[in-house]
Design a protein around this ligand. Structure first.
Ligand SMILES: NC(=O)c1ccc[n+]([C@@H]2O[C@H](COP(=O)([O-])OP(=O)(O)OC[C@H]3O[C@@H](n4cnc5c(N)ncnc54)[C@H](OP(=O)(O)O)[C@@H]3O)[C@@H](O)[C@H]2O)c1
Length: 339
């Protein structure tokens, strides 16, 4: 089997660390691996497959001869580096928002639109974490009865904002329990997160939605190839360490029974149904953190609309929402002889 020269851009970050864990777990065929981050991390040691690897500063020259770059160092770093170093031989699977809506960049969730990978020009974008888990659940339902409208509200974990945001939450919780005043200034998140929820992810746009909300809207349309899909989102950060949750209302062209939806979802690769409310069984972030699947439950008829269903969707935002999906893209490309 062919082996690949890999580079991780952002290897010291939450997503970067998860890349390494999953590459090792899945025994991804690697001939060589280069770890890169900012100049602050130059010389740091990271253990991979029993070997202590040295982190290098991410500079263009380092990526020469690399087959696959898994990139998660922020959108501005991707914009600066990737266009100059990628081509048909050196491809990047980019976890940032830098290129997601570019017409010539495939935005891929392998369970949904792997055919789009054939159109790549060196960069493939990994969607936003909240979008990935949503489209995995929408796909088998839309294949059976077309979707008319989606209303999604997210409950997003703090890990989605990176390592520093988690440390910030721990400190705020500790301060609160010690009756110290909370420091609201210079925080990574826009407001205090301990004992709070924040309806503000990314910047506010001219239409009064946040960037996070419009990513869900625009990326879902692109991945599902449904440019006219009616979809609206409210994105909320909650004081959960890891695992994004979504409350989703889906209106279909025709009536859709909850029983049929459960059957389709439980038979779809990558989805696990947990839906036994009488036994207190439904998906929750605390139990799905560290798992690969998208978990769906609380499937029920919308009592206000004949053709609509409500459901609750939970996934590990660092795994399926980021690193795992990117590695699955690479695996799919190998399977499709694109790498
Ligand atoms: N967390 C999620 O759920 C999630 C999901 C999907 C996508 N993403 C995206 O993935 C990216 C990283 O997220 P994260 O959660 O891993 O963040 P993080 O924990 O803050 O890590 C950021 C990484 O980027 C590196 N970096 C920062 N500036 C750099 C520069 N100028 N040159 C090279 N490397 C640089 C950092 O290196 P140092 O340690 O040296 O600073 C670190 O390795 C973001 O764009 C984020 O939107 C995150």
């Amino acid at each position: 089997m062919k082996e690949y020269k890999i580079a991780i851009l952002g290897a010291t970050g939450l997503v970067g660390q998860e890349f390494l864990k999953i590459l090792e777990e899945r025994n991804f065929p690697i001939s060589d691996i280069i770890l890169t981050a900012s100049s602050n991390s130059e010389g740091k040691k990271i253990l991979f497959k029993g070997e202590n690897l040295t982190v290098k500063e991410a500079k263009k020259e380092i990526f020469k001869g690399v087959d696959i770059i898994f990139s998660s160092a922020g959108a501005s770093v991707s914009k600066n580096l990737l266009p100059d170093i990628t081509n048909k031989e050196t491809i990047a699977i980019d976890n940032t928002s830098a290129f997601r809506m570019y017409g010539d960049v495939p935005l891929v969730v392998p369970e949904v639109n792997s055919e789009d990978l054939k159109k790549h020009n060196g960069i493939i974008s990994n969607p936003n974490c909240s979008t990935i888990q949503l489209v995995v659940a929408l796909k088998p339902l839309n294949d059976f009865i077309p979707i008319k409208r989606v209303i999604v509200s997210t409950y997003q974990a703090v890990s989605g904002a990176g390592n520093k945001a988690i440390q910030e939450m721990y400190k705020q919780i500790k301060d609160k329990l010690e009756n110290k005043p909370l420091n609201y200034e210079k925080t990574i998140l826009p407001q205090v997160i301990a004992f709070n929820v924040i309806p503000h992810g990314g910047n506010f746009l001219e239409n009064d939605y946040t960037e996070e909300e419009m990513k869900i809207v625009n990326e879902t349309k692109k991945i599902m190839n449904l440019p006219n899909l009616k979809i609206t989102a409210t994105s909320v950060r909650v004081p959960v360490i890891n695992g994004h949750s979504e409350s989703v209302n889906i209106e279909f062209e025709k009536e859709f029974s909850p029983e049929k939806a459960k059957e389709l979802l439980s038979n779809f690769k990558g989805i696990k149904l947990i839906d036994n409310p009488k036994n207190k069984e439904y998906p929750m972030p605390i139990f799905i953190s560290g798992k690969n699947d998208v978990f769906v439950g609380r499937i029920r008829k919308d009592t206000s609309c004949d053709n609509a269903l409500n459901m609750f969707i939970v996934a590990d935002n660092i795994r399926k929402g980021a690193a795992l999906n990117a590695i699955q893209i690479a695996e799919k490309m190998i399977e499709m002889n694109l790498l």
